[in-house]
Design a protein around this ligand. Structure first.
Ligand code: FAD
Length: 310
């Protein structure tokens, strides 16, 4: 990462004009980016900008081409990437900046089951909590015991799973900054857990363009208000990808962004893509699905935009 210049706030180095790494690999930069090493440094960042934004692994994020004015923080320090596995009790605590695949692998190796259902989901623990990442094999929330977070005033808070308000690809964490998550896992056979993890990975790689630049599914699966023949009954949550495919969008392109032929709910980007291409394509897909089926798709991808300072 290149930073044009750097300053210090409360002992935290702040990079200027820093690239925000996302899996789309396009979009704008952060005017200011900080990598706080612990809660005190995060508090200093909040004192500097209470409206700061948190980037995790950038796997569900699109940053508008104009970048963002707010301070962006990335929880990369050792304190935020620690993973503590207590094999005897099955309690696992992972910092918000720890990568979810690494947590899964450590648990599988320790013979602790429950998180392997999330195999193949690129995420930080904090991002996976905020989004309640998951799929047909399970959701992040399933194994959460406690969420540790900081509010915008710099106060540390602790939430039970119920208080965290997890729902379908969402949480009730709102403006809280997740600092760590505790999971309660079950004892299992390490070889069985590894096989299950690998099988889920194979299923994902067979049905999703995992090697291309994307942010996974662009839209949430909608709940139908009226039955659609061949798609689902009223009240049923159905595949957004199926609707996008049936609306004839596979292969649709705007600039360097394209609806994947492998999975219609994935928008993939070429090296010359910009964020406006992705947004333009999502708008066009939304129009086509609405006019074909009367269904309004809700974005799953988080889009960061800031008002320009003139
Ligand atoms: C190839 C591929 C496959 C995918 N498959 C799936 C899938 O099967 N299921 C699924 O659910 N998703 C999937 N995704 C999307 C993505 O993996 C998840 O949404 C994941 O939870 C994003 O985590 P992140 O750390 O990358 O968050 P980011 O993209 O960095 O951020 C997403 C949101 O979380 C917030 N956030 C991040 N960290 C914190 C924190 N510490 N505290 C508070 N808020 C925070 C951000 O501010 C932002 O609003 C896929 C993505 C890709 C690229």
């Amino acid at each position: 990462m290149t930073a044009a210049s750097a300053e210090c706030v409360g002992g935290v180095r702040i990079e200027r004009g820093a690239k925000i790494p996302t899996w789309f690999r396009c979009g704008g930069a952060a005017d200011r980016l900080a990598r706080p090493r612990d809660e005190d440094e995060l508090r200093a960042c909040l004192a500097n900008d209470p409206g700061l934004r948190v980037v995790g692994d950038g796997a569900n994020l699109l940053v508008a081409d104009g970048g963002v004015r707010e301070l962006v923080v990335s929880l990369e320090g050792e304190r935020f990437t620690r993973i503590e596995v207590d094999e005897a009790s099955g309690r696992v605590v992972a910092g918000a900046g720890a990568r979810l695949p690494r947590v899964i692998n450590l648990c599988v190796r320790a013979g602790l089951g429950g998180l392997e259902t999330l195999a193949g989901i690129p995420a930080s623990v904090g991002g996976a909590a905020a989004m309640n990442a998951g799929g047909r094999f399970g959701s992040f929330a399933d194994r959460v015991e406690r969420v540790y977070a900081m509010d915008r005033q710099g106060r540390e808070v602790e939430l039970t799973r119920e208080a965290a308000g997890f729902g379908y690809r969402t949480s009730g964490l709102g403006e809280l900054i997740v600092t760590a998550v505790a999971f309660r896992l079950e004892r299992g056979d390490a070889a069985d857990l590894r096989d299950r993890r690998d099988e889920i990975m194979r299923t994902k790689t067979a049905s999703q363009p995992m090697r291309e630049r994307s942010a996974g599914c662009c839209f949430k699966n909608p709940t139908l208000t009226d039955a659609i023949v061949g798609v689902g009954a009223a009240g049923e949550r159905v595949s957004a990808g199926l609707l996008i495919d049936r609306a004839g969008c596979k292969g649709l392109t705007v600039g360097g962004a394209r609806v994947s032929e492998v999975h219609a709910n994935f928008v993939v980007t070429a090296p010359d893509a910009n964020a406006a291409d992705v947004v333009g394509l999502m708008v066009e897909v939304g129009h086509r699905v609405r006019s074909a089926f009367g269904v309004t798709l809700e974005p799953e991808v988080v889009i960061w935009r800031s008002e320009s300072v003139s």
